[in-house]
Each structure stands twice: as structure tokens, then as C-alpha cells.
Design a protein around this ligand. Sequence first.
Ligand code: KE4
Length: 433
Amino acid sequence: MKIDLAKSQAAFERAKRLIPGGVNSPARAFGAVGGHPLFIDRAKGAYLFDLDGNRFIDYIGSWGPMILGHAHEQVIESIVDAAQRGTSYGAPTQNESRIAELILGAFPSMQRVRLVSSGTEATMSAIRVARGFTRRDRIVKFSGCYHGHVDSLLVSAGSAAATLGVPDSPGVTPGTSQDTIVLNYNDSQAVRETLDQLGQHIAAVILEPIVGNMGTVIPTPEFLKTLREETQRHGVVLIFDEVMTGFRVAYGGAQQIFGIEPDMTTLGKIVGGGLPLAAYGGRSEIMDQVMPAGKVYQAGTLSGNPLATAAGAKTLELLRDDPPYEYLESLGKRLGDGLLAAAKEHGVSAQLQRVGSMMTLFFNPDPVVDWPSADRSDRKLFAKYFWGLIERGVYMPCSQFEALFFSRAHSVEDIDRTIQAAVDFFSEHAHGR
Ligand code: KE4
């Protein structure tokens, strides 16, 4: 069954003459699944519509932000209202305080927050502040975790860096990466040993408290407990990168689920309601190091942009006042159970790893607990699965090393249609068709 993608193909040929690889972010390039990316014309609720008029049930959600569904009326209204008052002033506005109050209300571990324009800016700034606060140089990250394209964090990185085989990107100098220590996720012993040996030189440990960027990987309780205790003991700043999990797995993110308070948190994606807005924050003694309160420099022309803060504040208010998390959990369980059953019924080794409305179907005989185990997944089968579902009107993330997301706008019917598409694909695959 082939669907018409001719207009997307032509659009991609044009884009490739203008933009490196024809995309403005490699995660969209379909590098892991082959073929060419679909060019989107519009989106509404749970659905994407491409240039050729195909409708897809969307499980990308812009890689996380669209938890309320696409083109949510009240969010759009907020953006339009803001735009009619101008798009950027280069001066402070009340909406920045409005969204800062919402963020601090959702994350009690944060006493101060600074708004920026991307998750990368948030993690880059958090690392700099932690180094300024501790006067130490080294940082610890975990292989397979992705924290944006920050030089010091593009070391054994996940997401498209892992997908496209550049976990250690050219252009990142040895001088930069030498200060970055990389450990295996969920390896509590390595955390203890590293902090015992080098703790006095380490400014921060940064991690995804639920990983999305090697596919969905869940921390063991011992791992998070060890991280919190050992960083406390050695005066190391513990940074939870909740760019993906913040407001996604719970209104208060992974730290609300696990009851662990980091020293700093980074946020993005949902916090901007689909517009460029991200944030970093933490204890006031740390954040008061940030200029102009302190001496650590960080700035941004469009930080706290009026349109982005309007979209973000409205999104967070809707999530706060009418939380969708029970609904998302019930749909997530239905979808996860259905996808796993479809694979297993047709003899496919698979693991379904899920928290709420973020999950990954790994084509892997074993549970995925870190990058080495994720890396053993069957990439080829994933590519066939991806296209098998595209042809059946379902748009999954275009990499085994990403999480899928769905929204409050997704219905039980959407979920059941998705499961049926998977059953049909696995049945066709099992019969070698
Ligand atoms: P951005 O700079 O892309 O806004 O955020 C970087 C980032 C930081 N931390 C985490 C945990 C993240 O997941 C991300 C970005 N996520 C990827 C998708 N896995 C963004 C998709 C893309 O690069 O196009």
C-alpha cells in the first residue's frame, strides 16, 4: 500500500538546495528510517495534514510540546491577542512574571527561574551557572541522554545525534569535551566511584530523570537516590533536565513522580505551548549568581518573548486548572499494551517502556536500561514499522531512539486505530509481505 507523497518529495528537493539536509533540525530528516520527510501543511487536535492531503494520527507532537493537541483554540487566541500588541519589545513584560509564577508553582524545588528560547539554551546556561556557583569545571552526563546541541553536552549524546551516528559531534574540541565525564545511565556504582574520586572537581551532574532521547528509559529508584545523596555529599549541583518530562509525565514533571528535589531544573517544549520558550531555575542561592543579580552572564534578545510567554502561560494554566494526566495515563496504558501485544502476537521481540503519555516500543529482546542496551535494538525493523504505520495514517517518531507523545486531543478511537495499524503491519511483516 503506497500513499501519495509527491508534493512532500518535491518540497524536500527544493529545501535541500537551500538548507543543509533540507531540514532545520536533523531529528526531522528521516535519516534513520530512509525515504524523505513529510512536509506538513497544517495540524489540528491529534492530526497532522501533509502537503499531499494525507491525514496522520500524530505521535510526534512537535517532539513533546503539543500536549493539548495542535491549534488549541485558547492557545491560538492568546497568541493572536499578544501579536496584536506587538511581537517583541526588548523590555520586561508582566507575562514573564505570570509564567514564572506558574513554573515556580509547579516545581517547588525552584525558587528562581530564568526564561530563554530553547532547551539547548536552558541546559547550556544551567551548566554555566553551576560552574560559576561551585567554581568547579567538570560535569557528569550519561550516554544516550540528549540535552541539546551544547558543545560540552554533545558527548555520547542521544536523540538525532545517536540516531545519525554522531554522538560525539565534529567541531566539539577536546578542550571542551575533556571536562565532560560520561557514565552509563542507571549505573549507581559508577556515580558513587566517580564522585568519591573526583567530586571536588565536579560542578554538576545533569541527566534526563526519565530518558526520552535513547527511547524511553526509566531510572531505578536506587539510581536517583544515589545521585541525590552523592551530589549532596560532594557539593555537586544536581540538574534534572526536564525539557521533555516537565508538564508531560506530571504537572510537576519527573521530580514530582519520584519525590526527588534536584538543585536545578531545565524546562522547554510544553512550557512554550509550541512557541520558542524554555527555562532554567533552581535554589535562589544558585540562581542569584545569574547576572544582573550575580556575575554569571546569560542573556537573550527574545528571552521571555511576548507571544511565547502568552502561549506558554495559557498552556500551563489549562494544564493546572484541568489536569489531563489521568486521561493521558488511561490512553497511554491502552496504547502501550496494544502495541506490545501486536508485536508479540506476531513473534516480534519487543519491550514497551512508558511513563504516562511518553513511551517507546523497542525492538529488543531485553529491557532497555542504558545506551548499550538501547543500541542493541533492531533499527531495520523499526524503519519498516515506521513506514508501515505511515502508510496506514499513523505518524510515529522517525527513530528508535525517540519517545512518542500523544495529547489530550487524542481519542480512544485514535488509539484503537493506531493499534489496528500496528496489528496489520506486524501481520504483513510476519508473513514476509
Ligand atoms: P531544544 O534546544 O531542541 O529546544 O531542546 C534540547 C533538549 C534538551 N533536553 C532534552 C531532554 C531534550 O529532549 C531536548 C530536545 N529534544 C529533541 C527530541 N528528542 C528535540 C528534537 C530536535 O532536535 O529537533
